[in-house]
Design a binder for this molecule. Structure first.
Ligand code: PRP
Length: 207
């Protein structure tokens, strides 16, 4: 079973502390979430496959390298949007698919309300992005949708995860690469991550 890659870079951790602060308002929350996603994507994409590419510089022939596969960024709505926009700044050629999931507040089970993905995902390097991994239900539902479409190379980027959610995701997807800025202590009785950062979607969009 693969562990979670915790991105402990000081800039990520500095911004995460500001993001957790309950006084941080939506405009600042959006900016910080974007900055963290931009930093984390470097780590998460480090193992993307490349191939040699012959080029001609103003001085003559040279060999560079290029990405081997197409890239698909898949934000889990709503909160994943705050990360996807930032990732597109550094991978502008990426395509974007959407999965809309809302966790039922009573049952804590995810409800799928939107899905917009290419028919076949086998050719893509996929970055699934969602700031929170709490019970793991939403991540599992998103991964199920991706695998129904033959996804083979999926990396998950989130900010904060709970041990309970990691265990649940690992039970179903033991080989998934997960990149996170923090593994927090636990879930409370309402399924919120403790200490966490509250409801990321609400803090991002103000409602
Ligand atoms: C939050 C969060 C994750 C999910 C995590 O979304 O962004 O998608 O909950 O919880 P889980 O691991 O227990 O499934 P939420 O359902 O609040 O929707 P929102 O982003 O639209 O606010």
């Amino acid at each position: 079973m693969r562990s979670v890659h915790v991105v402990s870079h000081p800039l990520v951790q500095h911004n995460l502390a500001l993001l957790r602060d309950k006084r941080t308002k939506p405009p600042e929350f959006r900016r910080l979430l974007g900055e963290i996603a931009t930093l984390m994507v470097f780590k998460a994409t480090e193992s993307f496959a490349t191939r040699p590419r012959k080029i001609t510089t103003p001085m003559g022939p040279a060999t560079g390298s290029e990405l081997r596969n197409d890239i698909l960024v898949v934000p889990v709505l709503r909160a994943g949007l705050g990360m996807a926009n930032a990732i597109l700044q550094v991978i502008p050629q990426a395509q974007v698919g959407f999965v809309g999931l809302k966790r039922d507040e009573k049952t804590l089970k995810p409800v799928t309300y939107h899905e917009s993905l290419p028919k076949n995902l086998s050719r893509f390097e996929i970055l699934l992005v969602d700031p929170m991994l709490a019970t793991g239900g939403s991540t599992i539902a998103a991964l199920d949708l991706l695998h129904e479409r033959d996804a083979c190379h999926v990396r998950m980027i989130n900010l904060v995860c709970a041990p309970e959610g990691i265990r649940a995701v690992r039970a179903r997807y033991p080989r998934l690469a997960i990149y996170s800025a923090a593994i927090d202590t636990r879930l409370n009785e309402r399924g919120f991550i403790i200490p966490g950062l509250g409801d990321a979607g609400d803090r991002l969009f103000g409602v």
